[in-house]
Each structure stands twice: as C-alpha cells, then as structure tokens.
Write a protein that binds this ligand. Structure first.
Ligand SMILES: [Zn+2]
Length: 122
C-alpha cells in the first residue's frame, strides 16, 4: 500500500494539558522503542476533527469538511501516516509513534524512537 508521509505540527514544547485540548488521543498497546517494554499507552495525535473521546485501533476518524489535513480535513483516499506522541509508562521516554490510517480508520501504531528525533517526520 502506498502511504503518504506527512508532518503535522505536534508542538514539542506544549505541555500535556495543552495537548489534551488540541489533539485527539488513541489508547493502544505499544512496545517502547527504548526499553522494549510493552504497555498500554495514550498516543496524542493531530488528525481529523478534534474530539474529547479516546480512540482505539480500528476506529473511524471524523474529518472536517473542506479543510486541509492540517485543519482536520480528510487525506487523499482516507489514508496517511502521521506522527503521534506517547510517553512510555516503563522508562518515561517521550516516544514518536507512527499512526497508520487507511480506509479512514486508525489501523496501526508503532513506537519508532524518541519523539521528534526519528527523522521520519520532517
Ligand atoms: Zn520505555
């Protein structure tokens, strides 16, 4: 599958409270790229309509009409890969998480490395 890599402006300086207000959240089990521990984590990501409820893998995202991807609009074909941010419950590392969307659904999440330092989302 061809996947479009895009960069969404997750603010590196924003505190947790700000992130919660501005971004959506995904509850998912992740393997930490730093300590290799597996734990349930909450990934914060900027995609789709901002909602308070927490998403799970397989959930369908809501898109804002007539908006760019940055504004919460739908990516081409309802598919893209974006960077989310999570914090490992084991070692506390701020993790860069790739979120794979296809068919308008959150399909996959993988911890790639330290947030903002993987070079995958530039
Ligand atoms: Zn860890």
């Amino acid at each position: 599958m061809l996947e479009m890599m895009v960069v969404l402006p997750v603010d590196h300086e924003a505190d947790a409270e700000q992130l919660e207000q501005r971004f959506n959240r995904l509850n998912v089990e992740l393997q930490c790229s730093e300590c290799w521990g597996i734990s349930h984590q909450q990934v914060v990501f900027a995609l789709g309509v901002r909602r308070r409820e927490v998403f799970r893998l397989g959930d369908t995202l809501e898109w804002a009409e007539n908006r760019s991807l940055l504004g919460g609009g739908r990516p081409a074909n309802g598919a893209c890969v974006v960077e989310g941010r999570a914090e490992c419950r084991g070692c506390g590392a701020a993790l860069s998480v790739s979120l794979h969307v296809s068919g308008d659904r959150l399909q996959r999440a993988r911890a790639l490395g330290l947030f903002g330092q993987t070079g995958c989302f530039q």
